[in-house]
Ligand binder design. Structure first.
Ligand code: BGC
Length: 765
């Protein structure tokens, strides 16, 4: 299947343009460039023009109206950095403007094998002169600091002067919308220009943030190609006070073409000590390799990526394409260094201000753990690097021990202004611990556990020990926390949180014992001054954890008081009042049984052994009726759990919503960025849902049950260093070991041993 997404229009549509800025963004885990029109968006049309560096932020005030003790008063915010994507085109002095003249054809393409976006435009200006424009953009995976643009214009029906002006604009601001809590509420200037100069033929700017004191450098260098213009041309660079402008002028003959190539390098002081020197030295290397070298490297990188994460559904091309798009955006969002993580919107927009949430570990990481474990490791390394800040956060909240990771952050500090549905979501600790355990079970990487993983597990387990207590009946209870469902906050014994804490406590001890059996526990024991009694306390708390069960309904209540509340009046809630969070005061929502997203249902996926199938089935049916899926993190989980419980039809329906969410803007806010958690969830809905892949202490098992309309599902997985190809239809499953050491896996309950090149076929039982 061609891994290509296309959008074609014959007239300019501001709405389509806004959403296409997200769909056709370029990113490589470090740089993110919105697919905004290079010439600028016509006046009055919505646009979020932005370029972002993962992990680069400023700190802005977040004043609390009633500033109680230890409330968070500042937050980190991802910055829009120097605009280097602007290129304007003039035909005999008249600018290209999509809202004027005639758009004869306009196609945008995302090529996920070549790692580029392409814009092909044929446009006629008001004097009837037609021009063809082809623009290719790339955020290089080979050199993450590099963004390139290739801009080529052809005179279709005239001889005349064409001017292309390529900009380096340092005065930029972030997007804001005071009416939407998911966006920054005011537009601020966060970056100050320190220098802008012409050096080594490039325009080079260095800017500094106002509060965090971080620096960034942008170096821009242009290359011209007049070989096809049929006339002549010149190009020169002028650097002013706040802008660099490279102008290319050419007298084009009819059918003549001119091309501008733009190399842009970004560096920042999160990673480099001298941002300018680093940028110039990278630029030197980039220019000496040339664009074709990076195009080839991009293809080679993606060939390897798709080989390790190959996935194909036969029988549903549209869903297949949507899924590939989701996986590609995940790759674009994921870092490969320890300085950053995966933001809720990846690098595709400013929604949630570039913050990292539990989305990264719970929803996105599994895709990487199962296909590119080194990326998963980078994300876990980032969390480890922020462990000290998590310790400080825990202390601030009155804990005597342990670490509490922030609900939302960039650099590691808590950035949630509304603690009720932010900081109180203690499950984030257990979510990170869960990701560490899954990473270990999938890769067998005990080095990571010894160096970092076990420390995370023990510190998060300590936090739960410190938060909860043994009640009069001997149950371990956890009070005043918020579970995943943000329409129900500050509750006691949230079923999901308790399951997650139980796992966290128990695995902190289990992994410690594994280290001990290998003689590798000393470092962490000494560093954390860990005692045997503390370990046995963890085991005890885990075993005694209260997991609520309601005898009357035969389900797991979401928390202590959930079932006492009346059910929300869904019948009289008009369709336009969804998402509810934009129309009802939180207190109003908290007093009813209404769920924003999968909560107890999520625990049936991650902690499925805690309940019998019958209980899970009844609960699923119960929560299905009261969940609005206002959060994008919901339908994917309902799909997975439905698959596992044998509700085939529902599994497929929920999956469809999840797979197409951004491509079809189903939540009406993909304009502000893609929903990466849902994208990861969509992958899990296929692999952990339909194919029922499970990786746990018993190893790797699979028992596919495909949706009726699919003929076949083929996908690759990386398990313990071996690359497996799995291919399932309605009769059975074929597994082949493509690369790596011998391995054992379980197919429909039967153990199979495989060596390289070997293939087994198992009939469905
Ligand atoms: C969800 C959270 C999620 C956040 C960022 C919210 O709407 O309720 O679970 O972490 O979005 O995606």
């Amino acid at each position: 299947m061609e891994r290509i997404i296309k959008a074609t229009e014959n007239a300019f549509s501001p709405e389509a343009n806004f959403i296409n800025e997200t769909i056709f963004h370029n990113a490589n885990g470090y740089l993110g460039i919105r697919g905004a029109l290079s010439e600028g968006t016509p006046e009055g049309c919505p646009s979020m023009r932005g370029i972002y560096l993962n992990g680069f932020y400023d700190i802005i005030p977040m004043p609390q109206a009633e500033n109680l003790c230890h409330f968070v008063n500042e937050k980190e915010t991802m910055l829009n950095v120097a605009d280097t994507m602007t290129i304007r085109l003039f035909i005999d002095g008249e600018p290209l403007n999509m809202a004027k003249g005639k758009v004869l054809s306009h196609t945008r393409t995302l090529d996920m094998d070549r790692g580029i976006t392409k814009r092909e435009l044929t446009w006629e200006n008001e004097s009837g002169k037609q021009i063809e424009l082809i623009e290719t953009r790339m955020a290089s995976f080979k050199e993450p600091s590099l963004f390139t643009m290739e801009y080529s214009a052809r005179a279709l029906n005239f001889n005349g002067q064409v001017e292309i002006k390529s900009y380096h604009i340092t005065d930029v601001r972030n997007f804001s919308d005071p009416s939407d809590p998911r966006l920054a509420s005011e537009s601020r200037k966060n970056m100050y220009l320190l220098s802008l100069e012409k050096t080594d033929g490039c325009s080079v700017s260095v800017s500094e943030t106002s509060v965090s004191g971080l620096r960034m450098c942008a170096a821009v260098s242009e290359e011209t190609d007049f070989s096809g213009c049929g006339g002549n041309g010149i190009g020169d660079l002028l650097v002013g006070e706040s802008e660099g402008v490279f102008s290319l002028r050419s007298d084009l003959k009819k059918n003549g073409r001119v091309t501008l190539r733009k190399y842009i390098v970004y560096t920042d002081s999160v990673r480099e000590t001298d941002v300018k020197t680093a940028a110039l030295s990278k630029m030197k290397a980039v220019r000496s390799h040339g664009l074709d070298f990076y195009y080839r490297a991009q293809e080679a990188f993606l060939k390897d990526f798709w080989n390790r994460s190959s996935l194909e559904v036969e029988g549903d091309d549209a869903l297949n394409k949507a899924t590939l798009f989701n996986m590609y955006v995940l790759l674009q969002s994921a870092p490969r260094d320890r300085f950053c993580s995966i933001a809720a919107k990846g690098l595709s927009g400013e929604g949630y201000e570039g913050h990292y949430f539990w989305d990264a570990e719970t929803f996105v990481l599994p895709f990487f753990t199962m296909t590119q474990p080194e990326i998963a490791k980078a994300v876990l390394n980032y969390r480890y690097a922020t462990l000290d800040k998590a310790r400080e956060n825990a202390a601030l909240l009155g804990h005597k021990k342990g670490a509490l990771f922030p609900w939302r952050t960039i650099g590691g500090r808590e950035c949630s202004g509304y603690f009720v549905s932010g900081t109180a979501a203690y499950h984030i600790d257990a979510d990170i611990a869960y990701a560490v355990v899954k990473y270990y079970q999938t890769t067998g990487d005990l080095d990571f556990i010894e160096e970092k993983g076990e420390e995370i597990l023990l510190e998060t387990a300590r936090l739960f020990l410190d938060t909860g207590f043994f009640d009069r009946d001997g149950h371990f209870v956890i009070n005043d926390v918020t579970g995943p469902d943000e329409y129900t906050c500050m509750v006691n014994n949230n079923y999901y949180t308790n399951c997650a804490a139980k796992f966290n406590l128990s695995w902190a001890v289990r992994l410690f014992r594994i280290l001990e059996n290998n003689g590798r526990e000393k470092k962490v024991r000494e560093k954390l001054k860990l005692s045997e009694s503390e370990l046995s306390e963890m085991e005890k708390a885990s075993a005694a954890m209260l997991l609520l069960y309601d005898e009357r309904l035969g389900i797991n209540p979401q928390d202590d008081s959930f079932l006492q509340k009346p059910v929300w009046d869904f019948e009289n809630t008009p369709a336009e009042n969804y998402p509810l969070l934009l129309h009802y005061h939180p207190l109003n929502l908290y007093r009813y049984q209404v769920c924003k997203q999968a909560d107890t249902v999520l625990s049936y996926f991650l902690y499925e052994n805690e309940q019998s199938e019958e209980v899970m089935k009844r609960s699923f049916r119960y929560y299905e009726k009261i969940t609005t899926h206002d959060s994008s993190l919901s339908t994917c989980i309902f799909s997975i759990v439905a698959s596992r419980l044998g509700f085939k039809e529902e599994a497929y329906r929920y999956f469809g919503d999840s797979a197409r969410m951004d491509l079809e803007n189903l939540h009406h806010n993909s304009t502000f960025g893609a929903h990466t958690a849902n994208m990861g969830g969509c992958y899990m809905a296929i692999v952990n849902g339909f194919a029922r892949v499970r990786i746990d202490e018993n190893g790797f098992s699979v028992s596919p049950e495909l949706p009726d309309s699919w003929r076949k599902l083929t996908f690759h997985q990386v398990y313990r260093g071996s690359l497996l190809s799995l291919s399932a239809d309605h009769e059975g499953t074929k597994v082949e070991l493509l690369e790596g050491p011998d391995t054992e896996i379980t197919v429909y309950g039967q153990k199979q041993r495989l060596s390289k090149g070997q293939c087994v076929y198992c009939k469905k039982v």
